[in-house]
Each structure stands twice: as C-alpha cells, then as structure tokens.
Design a protein around this ligand. Structure first.
Ligand code: ADP
Ligand code: MG
Length: 698
C-alpha cells in the first residue's frame, strides 16, 4: 500500500502531466500521499441558511437566501464595481463585486431569489459582503455534505480549474482509489488508550467529515500522530547521545566551597541552589550533560554557570563560556575575572578584536592547559582553537547561535570525549515549545529573582508626553541614576537605522545640553562600542543612546530608566530583553514605551502585555500566541516546527499526550523492535531521514 501512496500524482485520474507539474510547483504536491496530506484549512457549513438580521461576525462565512432588489454598476474608469442590494424578510445587505463585473451581473436578475455565501464586512457605510458565491436556487441540492472542505490553492492552479473545489474533487478520486488501505502506523493499544480514530477514517474525515465532531476527531488523530513522531525522534537522539557519549565524572568541589566561603558577595537564591544541584548531579551521572538553563533576565544565570565551571576546574578540567557579542563576552570576562583572581584561576578572553599576537598566545596556552576559563565569542569555535581537556562548555543566550555552531563545540578536545554542555537562555521558551524543540535536552529553570529586586514599572506613552519624558529622565539623573534610550533597528536598511539613532542622539543632546551622553550602534567598531559601554558603566556618561546592540545581558545596575522609542516596532521578547537592562540593582526602575498613538491591534496587545507583566514566561506565552511558533527566538532554522496540521501554540494538550505516549513506547521498546512498533519505526525512519543533519546537535 505504501507503494500506492508514493505513486506520482500525474497518474491520478483527472491530473495528467500538465496539472501534475502545476501541483508540483505551486503546492509541492508530488505524490498521492502529498495530495492526501494537503489538508483543508477550513470548512464551510452550508447546512444552515441565516437570516440577514443574524449576520453579526466578520469572521464567519454566512449563507443567506435573499431577493435581488437593486443591481447597480458603480464607480468610474478603472475603479468600477457592482453593487447589488438584496433582502430577506429580516433586513437587507449590500453585495459587492470588484472583478468580472459583467459576468456576475449576468448571473443575477432583478426580483430573483438566490443563495449567497460569503464573509461580511462592517464599515461606516453599513453591512456588506464582497464577492459572495452565488448559488442558483435550483442548484442548491447539489451540495450534499453540510461540512465542505476549503483548500489552499493559487491563481495558477485556479486557471487550470484547480480551485478549492477542483482540489477537493481530486482528493475524492484519490480516496476512492485507495480507500481503506492505508497502513496503520500506531500500535493498537495506543489507539484504544487515547481513543484515536484509525488512520483510514482520519484521512477520510479530515477531508470529508459528516460534521464538526468527525472533523475534530480526525484532526486530533492526525495532530497526535505528527507530534508523536517528533517526540519519538527527539527521544531517540537523546538515547543515542546518552549511550554513545560517556560523560566525564566531576565529583570534586573544593573550589566551589572556597568561592562560597571567601568570595561570593551575596547568598544564592533557592532557585540558583536547586539548579546547581541539578547540574552537579548531571556531572556525576556518567553521561554527558546537555542541559538548558532557562531564567528570566537578571535571575542570575551567569553565576550558576560560573559555579558549574568551578566544579569542572576543581576536577582539573578546562571550561569555556561563549557569548553572542563582544560586548557581552567582555562583560562576562570582567565580571568573572574578579572572582577568578580571588580564587587563583586563570581566565582569558578571545574575540574578533583580540590581537594576532595575543591570539596565538592564547591558542598555545589552551593546548597546554594553562587557561581554566576561556571566555569568548564565535572566535571560540574556530577550527584552530583546541583545548587540552575541555570539560564543560557554557553557551550564553543560546538562541543567538545556529545549531551547527553549537555542534562545533563538541570537537574541541583531543581525547575522545565530549564536554558537558550547558546552554543558557534569557528568552524564556514556552513549555510547549521547549518540549518540542528541546525534547532531548534536560531543562532547569531559575524561577526566582535575587532578593531586593523591585518590579520594573512600565508605562506606554505617546508623543504628547515627550516633555514629561524629558522631565522624568532629568529627575532620575539628578538623584544619581542613569538612563538608556533605545531606537529600533530597521533591518532592511542599515543606513536608515543609523540615521534614526543619530537623529535621536542629536535631539537628546538638544534636550539635555549639560548632560554627558553616549551612543552605541551597530556600525561602530567593537573597540568603540566597548569604550562607550565602559564610559556608561563608569558613570562618565549619564544617558546612553543605543540601538538594540545592547539588547542582551548588559549589566549596569545604576541605570534605572529605559526608554524604548517606536516601541511598536519591536517584538515582545525583544522588548522584554531590553527592559531587562534595568531593574538590576536596588533602585526602583522604569521602562517607558514610546509609541505612535495609532498602532495596530497586535502591536497594542504586545505593548499592553509589557505594561501588565514583568514575568518572562507569561510574555513568552503571549508572544507565541501573537506571533505563532515559527519565529520564536530564531527557532525557524530548526526545521522541526514544520507541522502539517499540529500547532504547538494551540495544541498543548495533544502535545502532552503525545509526549507521554512516546515516553511509554521508548521505555518499553527503546529500539522499536517489537511487532507492535514495526510500522511506527518504518514511518519514523522515512520521515526523518532528511533531517539527519541536525540530529547530531545538542
Ligand atoms: P542573567 O544572566 O540571568 O540575566 P546575571 O547573571 O547577569 O543575570 O545576574 C544579574 C545580576 O544579579 C548580576 O549583577 C549578578 O551579580 C546579580 N546576582 C546574581 N545572583 C544574585 C543573588 N543570588 N543575589 C544578589 N544578586 C545576584
Ligand atoms: Mg546573562
């Protein structure tokens, strides 16, 4: 039967070479199976005829039966349209056609009654429906099913008479040809335990359900299956990693105790202590650690990373920490160097701007084992950088690094072992997404802020409050604090970007003529950025005007105000990151979002979310909801989120069930060798052979 599914689409009755080529090109439909998995994106319920008075929502298609009372061509020259007024006993509605006007006007006659089907628009001119479908009363019987599929299609396909209806017909033909013969991949017990439809029924009902209930059941079955494969796949990777790569044991902790006793200036939070314990137990379990450390901005992840590094160093191993930008790497270096010196630990930094001489020196010292902590940027993953015995690699802000880059860290030591890996992210990933993306990683969460932190107060202002804004900043500076003013990055144009921030800088200078102001933007050399950053850190400048280059990790506790200009242009997680630049010390901090007064609904929702909450996880969930999963934290590169039907921002319940089921399957039959799991294994193999590339990574 599988042969049948992989049959080329050209052989299906009603297709032929020309349409096949179009289907290939336009929808990537090559085989029977591809067509079958081209699911409807919505359904239309034609079972009900609404009264005009009942039309109330702009998001539903309505079917009405009404009499034509006026047919009126409108407009002039190129801007013509057809206006048709129709009525039933409850009211009237205007129908509009902007294309094929003469053809549509011929379909209708004054005084005739027709069935119209379409989506309403509510405007100040009243209720109307644009381009409704016209169903002649005599044809009404033709639509037998009450729940009709609507398929995505394209103009080119439409020209080949493959509109939604045409595609529907092809699928009908296909189902008739192969009906009831699909191989069931899910084991019997699973189907009955989770009360799932059989694959045969699901594939029929997803296209041609009797009603909503059948459609929903088919949807659940297909989503479940899709999510199950991902979970099984991730667990397989994890198992492979655990069995292949024996982890180095790191039982000694002498330096950690010294650090606690003599150096650490504050108490760890309970969350930090818990996570350190989790990491320590990973490091002594016998397997290679691959742990994702999540924690909101300012929750103290770096410190946890440092303690983890001290464990490795106590056992005679080297460590490294990789950051996405030079500014950040530098900051880690300065922060950690203080501690390291007190503990007599060798620490060095390697970035793009390290001099050639110094670089060569560092390369040698690494191989000789003279450096304990190597801080750096991408420069760390260059081929030439080799360690004597790298025991732990920490990756900060991991979403900034491509998957392939992370993989390179694995081959950094001469011996045949892989270092333990700790990845940290301050962009909290919603649980559903984490389960899918990092199903093979262990996850630790720091869910507590260091004591004494005050909630950042956030406000949404528009241009009318500009003077008040300047007054506010002045006051903060008067009492000794500092402020950031952030301009958006216009990605398409670096020039515009630069112009934007330079104009901002000048206007801020005009507003605060007596106050020293710094500036940082993407076009500056790393040294100049560092210089400006240090000027600000050392309170030489009081206001720092910047683009999003300061987004991640920058730590200046005395800066208490962040103003974000054109805030509506930023994504939610980015806004949250930026806001995390303040609220890092004991002083009350403020985030002021400046935006136009008229912004899109989506933008307003983003900004109001910021005003309402400081909780990174709530924000991440909202972000996922508003944006959809494809774009979260640069995850689009992973390929793992290309679902046909599942939607991880909406299908959390099904995802959890699928995860639970996959855990059970793998526990009972790790290699999927039993008869029960035979089809499952085959299917998995087929599905993921193409994705083997990223399988190796963390
Ligand atoms: P993250 O990387 O999670 O955003 P950092 O590690 O940069 O946060 O920590 C933010 C600030 O909080 C730093 O100045 C750090 O020294 C401080 N910090 C970390 N842990 C604690 C703690 N337990 N108590 C007080 N301050 C802490
Ligand atoms: Mg950090």
């Amino acid at each position: 039967m599988d042969d049948l599914l992989s049959k080329e689409i050209t052989y299906l009755k009603g297709v032929g070479p020309k349409r096949a080529e179009l289907l290939n090109k336009e929808l990537e439909i090559h085989t029977y199976e591809d067509l079958l998995y081209h699911f409807p994106f919505r359904y239309e319920d034609r079972s009900k005829i609404h009264k005009i008075r009942e039309i109330s929502s702009a998001s539903i298609n309505y079917q009405i039966k009404a009499e034509v009372v006026k047919i009126e061509p409108k407009g002039y020259a190129r801007k013509k349209w057809l206006n048709v007024l129709v009525r039933d006993e409850t009211g009237s509605v205007e129908l509009k056609w902007f294309k094929n006007i003469s053809w549509f006007s011929q379909q209708l006659s004054l005084g005739g009654t027709y069935i119209f089907f379409g989506r309403p628009t509510f405007s100040k001119y009243g209720l109307s429906i644009s381009h409704p479908e016209i169903i002649q009363e005599k044809d009404q019987q033709e639509t037998r099913s009450n729940f009709n599929p609507v398929y995505y299609t394209t103009d080119k396909l439409r020209n080949a008479r493959l509109d939604s209806k045409g595609i529907s017909k092809l699928i009908q033909t296909l189902l008739a040809e192969v009906a009831g013969n699909f191989k069931e991949a899910l084991p019997k017990w699973l189907i009955s335990e989770y009360n799932l439809q059989s694959i045969n029924q699901a594939l029929r009902d997803i296209h041609f359900p009797e009603g909503e209930q059948e459609m929903k059941k088919a949807e659940v079955r297909l989503k479940f299956e899709e999510l199950l494969y991902v979970q099984l796949y991730l667990m397989k990777i994890k198992r492979l990693r655990l069995s292949k790569h024996k982890g180095i044991l790191l039982p000694k902790t002498q330096i950690v105790h010294d650090f606690y006793k003599k150096v650490l200036p504050f108490d760890l939070t309970n969350a930090q202590k818990r996570v350190i314990k989790e990491i320590f137990s990973d490091l002594n379990y016998g397997n290679q650690m691959n742990r994702l450390l999540q924690g909101d901005v300012g929750s103290g992840k770096t410190l946890v990373a440092f303690v983890s590094m001290l464990i490795a160093i106590s056992n005679g191993y080297q460590t490294c920490i990789m950051a996405p930008t030079e500014v950040l790497a530098e900051q880690h270096f300065q922060g950690l160097a203080k501690f390291a010196r007190a503990l007599n630990i060798q620490i060095e930094i390697l970035t793009g701007s390290t001099t050639k001489k110094k670089r060569t020196e560092i390369h040698q010292q690494l191989v000789d084992g003279e450096i304990d902590i190597m801080v750096g940027t991408h420069a760390l993953i260059e081929e030439i950088v080799q360690f004597k015995n790298l025991g732990l690699a920490v990756i900060d802000e991991q979403h900034r690094f491509g998957v392939a880059q992370r993989a390179k860290l694995w081959n950094k030591t001469s011996d045949n072992f892989f270092p333990h890996v700790l990845v940290m992210t301050a962009t909290p990933i919603p649980r559903t997404l984490a389960m899918t993306l990092y199903g093979d990683l262990d996850v630790s969460v720091i869910d507590e802020m260091p004591k004494g932190r005050k909630e950042i107060k956030t406000a949404l202002w528009d241009e009318s409050k500009r003077l008040r804004l300047f007054g506010f900043i002045s006051e903060q500076i008067k009492i000794g604090r500092q402020a950031y003013i952030i301009y958006p990055l216009v990605e398409e144009s670096e020039k515009l970007d630069y112009k934007n921030v330079m104009e901002g800088y000048e206007s801020i200078q005009r507003a605060f003529p007596k106050i020293p102001i710094g500036i940082i933007h993407g076009k500056m050399k790393p040294q100049d950025k560092d210089y400006e950053m240090n000027q600000f850190k050392n309170k030489k400048t009081k206001i720092l005007v910047a683009t999003t280059v300061i987004e991640v990790g920058i730590d200046v506790p005395n800066a208490t105000t962040i103003v974000i200009e054109d805030a509506e242009k930023f994504g939610l997680s980015q806004l949250h990151q930026l806001r995390g630049r303040v609220g890092r010390g004991e002083h009350q901090s403020y985030c002021i979002l400046m935006s136009k007064s008229e912004i899109s609904k989506n933008a307003r929702q983003r900004l109001m979310t910021m005003v309402k909450t400081n909780d990174g996880f709530v924000i991440a969930e909202k972000d996922l909801e508003l944006r959809g999963p494809g774009d979260i934290g640069g995850t689009q590169q992973s390929g793992i989120l290309d679902f046909k039907i599942a939607n991880i921002s909406k299908d959390e319940k099904i995802l959890k069930a699928a995860r639970k089921a996959s855990i059970k399957i793998i526990q009972e039959d790790p290699k999927l060798e039993t008869k029960d799991n035979k089809n499952l294994k085959e299917k998995l193999k087929k599905m993921y052979s193409a994705k083997a590339q990223w399988a190796r990574v963390s």
